[in-house]
Design a protein around this ligand. Structure first.
Ligand code: GLU
Length: 322
């Protein structure tokens, strides 16, 4: 049974993947998690999720750090980089192997796609290798047996949530065929290693949360509290970060975009227009109200404010479309 995070000092985090520069959607997650941590007198830690080397963009991690600093989002302590943590994920996987909770799988994505039922998160693994590799197959990935009861949790923004992982997701991958540990495993191991009590992040990860809670239970780790922020979508309904219109945020002129993110999160705008980041955060610090964040999973920034904000002439690389 995992203890809850109720009794300990607040520790939040932001965990960007360095696959490109920070865009409005990821800035919203950074601002929401930072403001919630600071409002509770908590620490805010940073983790670079550079596990998936093939998807990484050279220079993106530095660019993200630079942009966070320009927006006044100052983190506490050392930055954790997932690329240096393979040993910790391997150790956690060992623990699950010893407990008999995982099995090797020889199926390719293409094979699964043709035989699987589709769930809310993609194809549901049909369990082909669950009782042993069929003759002639070689192991590719490692999967967790999802013989789980229903996972229930209460999200601080989205309210009570419930999922049957076996029904909606199926046995899921913990180590991929290319040898890379899966996000679901790494995030759970790292949140525990960083002593995170509160996870505030985008609602695109709401459906991942039950898998993470299941892994926390299997590994005997503490379950943090969760709050999933609405995702910024563009007017076509696509997640902003996936659309062509996702411009990197302009680190050379952060105030207008910061105000746009603040309003997007349902927060009251400052009475007089903040002129610099320090003034803004001095004003905003005690005014963050999580109960004002709309309990939507998707929201167009234009519902909250004009987007892109009118920031005057755009300069330099940050103004170029990706
Ligand atoms: N690295 C993930 C992303 O950039 C976020 C992971 C998390 O917050 O749990 O989407």
């Amino acid at each position: 049974m995992s203890a809850n995070a109720e009794s300990s000092a607040y520790r939040g985090r932001f965990a960007p993947s360095p696959t490109g520069p920070l865009h409005f959607g990821s800035l919203v997650a950074a601002v929401g998690s930072f403001a919630d941590a600071r409002a509770r007198g908590g620490d805010w830690l940073l983790r670079i999720e550079d596990l998936d080397r093939p998807r990484e963009r050279p220079g993106a991690a530095d660019d993200i750090l630079y942009t966070l600093a320009a927006f006044g989002l100052t983190w506490d302590g050392a930055i954790l980089r997932q690329s240096a943590r393979g040993w910790a994920y391997a150790q956690a996987l060992e623990q699950l192997i010893h407990a008999g909770l995982v099995y090797p799988c020889g199926c390719t994505r293409a094979e699964i796609a043709t035989s699987a039922r589709r769930g809310p998160e993609g194809p549901i693994y049909p369990g082909t290798c669950r009782h042993g590799l069929p003759p002639g197959r070689t192991p590719r990935s490692i999967r967790l047996r999802a013989d789980s009861p229903r996972i229930d949790f209460t999200d601080r923004i989205q309210g009570p949530r419930s999922q049957r992982i076996d029904h909606d997701v199926g046995d899921f991958v913990l180590r991929r065929a290319d040898g890379i540990h899966a996000y679901q495993l790494a995030v759970v191991v790292d949140d525990a290693a960083q002593g995170i009590t509160d996870i505030v992040r985008g609602a695109d990860l709401l459906l991942s949360t039950p898998r993470q809670i299941l892994l926390q239970r299997h590994l005997g780790l503490r379950q943090p509290r969760y709050a999933h922020l609405p995702l910024a979508i563009d007017t076509d309904g696509r997640k902003l970060s996936k659309s062509l219109s996702a411009l990197p945020v302009d680190a050379s002129n952060p105030v207008p975009t910061l105000l746009a993110a603040w309003r997007f999160l349902g927060q009251q705008a400052p009475p007089t227009r903040a002129t610099d980041i320090t003034d803004f955060w001095r004003w905003a610090r005690g005014r963050w109200r999580l109960d004002r964040v709309p309990a939507l999973q998707h929201r167009s920034p234009t519902q909250a404010t004009a987007w892109p904000p009118d920031t005057g002439p755009r300069h330099g690389r940050a103004g170029q479309p990706r």
